[in-house]
Design a protein around this ligand. Structure first.
Ligand SMILES: [Zn+2]
Length: 88
């Protein structure tokens, strides 16, 4: 791969996507052990920072999606319970 990044330990960097509110959807390359014991600390942003408005809109969409997914999960449980009731 032409643009391969290597961490400080010489391992191939791992492409990740941030889900932190301050950097939603922003890609970065890090040590493959990022966030774990043994990580070397290598970190490189791939994408530029988002503007404040984009972060507000994206975080709102993510919260909306989470609410919708929770509703779908709740309805699936109701259907499963109903199907369970009529099977017996
Ligand atoms: Zn590393």
């Amino acid at each position: 791969m032409e643009n391969t990044q290597f961490c400080y330990y010489g391992r191939i960097g791992k492409l990740n996507c941030s889900w932190m509110d301050s950097n939603l959807g922003r890609r970065f390359i890090s040590c493959e052990c990022y966030g774990k014991l043994g990580a070397c600390g290598y970190f490189l942003w791939v994408d530029p920072p988002l503007c404040q408005r984009a972060m507000v809109v994206i975080s709102g969409l993510i919260r909306s999606l989470a609410r919708q997914e929770a509703l779908v999960k709740k309805e699936k449980r109701k259907v499963a319970c109903f199907v369970g009731c009529i099977d017996h």
